[in-house]
Design a protein. Structure first.
Length: 119
């Protein structure tokens, strides 16, 4: 079952975006958002464990919020106070069991959605 992201776009610094990931069939999975900027490694942004625990990378703590609407099977990433350094392709990922910081531990990925933040 595929994951499908949407909601990316271009915004000015300080703006907000909400990313969505259609995640039908991914109940009882760790759900996570990763991002990758050109020339950089893919990094974990936020994760939502099966027990509801959320984890954020330091650079987005307090600005981004991960959540999931289980009734609609949609994973969200609310991004506020966006900065130019948030510019990247954002990916939704799922992993059976507990969340892991290493992207290689995730077998299920979406195609990505581009977020561009201008100064």
């Amino acid at each position: 079952v595929q994951l499908a992201e949407s909601g990316g776009g271009s915004v000015q610094a300080g703006g907000s975006l909400r990313l969505s990931c259609a995640a039908s069939g991914y109940n009882d999975y760790c759900m996570a958002w990763f991002r990758q900027a050109p020339g950089q490694e893919r990094e974990g942004v936020a994760s939502l464990d099966t027990d509801g625990t959320t984890t954020y990378t330091d650079s987005v703590q307090g600005r981004f919020t991960i959540s999931k609407d289980n009734a609609k099977s949609i994973l969200y990433l609310q991004m506020n106070s966006l900065k130019p350094e948030d510019t990247a392709m954002y990916y939704c990922a799922a992993r059976g069991g507990y969340c892991h910081a290493d992207s290689s531990q995730y077998l299920n990925w979406g195609q990505g959605t581009q977020v561009t933040v201008s100064s």
